[in-house]
Design a protein around this ligand. Sequence first.
Ligand code: 3PG
Length: 307
Amino acid sequence: MKKILVATEKPFAKSAVEGIAGVLKEAGYELIMLENYKSAGDLIAAAAGADAMIVRSDLVTKDVIDSAPQLKIVVRAGAGYDNVDLAAASEKGVVVMNTPGQNSNAVAELALGMMVYMARNQFNGTPGTELRGKRLGLDACGNVGMHIARIARGFGMEVYGYDPFVEKSSMEDAGIKTVDSVGELFGVCNYMSLNIPANKDTIRTINFELLQRMSKPAVLVNTARKEVIDEDSLLRMFAERPDFKYVADVAPDCSAEIAEKYPGRYFFTPKKMGAQTSEANNNAGVAAAKQIVGFFEKDDRTFQVNK
Ligand code: 3PG
């Protein structure tokens, strides 16, 4: 019987675990749960007997992969797979997949929620501003960007986008005004939403040169990864642009300095919250379980990311 390990330091909603269990039971597989674990050692020990793993942002390192001789597939129930050592997986012939689109509405709702929160001065009783009529830039228009565009247009925002990997026509069909470079995008907008993955081409690319182009008042919204921001630039932007605010899922490494010097101009989720809805957990968790069954039963490799 195939053993499928669900390893989630940040657990799924109960309904998602029930959904995963149902899919695996029907396939005749055994479900092993490792939730709320405290150390990499716990994950390494649990992985030892697994044929497949479902994870979230859990760190699937070379050590984890090496400790699992039976392992054939890892599915990251979510979009970003920067937490999985793809080279180590490929070296051992382990297939890695993600579940694109399954949690993106939840991430988009968080982005808009944080924007409203900052526009209304964190609900502190003083008059704030509205999102209607403001210019929002989408740095990448994949699944999350497209959901943000839909919701933001409902608020009456003017939505701009840049994404070299998406057809301009599909962005325009979604009501997004396209521009020709990321620099131009930052130059046009008050609100900037980062929807890019963290990889060698994006890490620390959001720098002062880009940030200082933002129109006043400026709000940077990061539901992507903290690593895409150059933190020296972030601190310089806070210091030189009193109109600048930053909201993020999750806190940057320099959060203590921001908290001390710039109260009222930031909000950071205490734990990564983008995908923390029952719906997103259900969608991504069940999709991951189905992808594992499809892989073992039909060699279906759709959504493989380490080709
Ligand atoms: C993702 O990449 O799918 C999101 O950042 C959600 O991550 P999480 O499943 O760890 O909450």
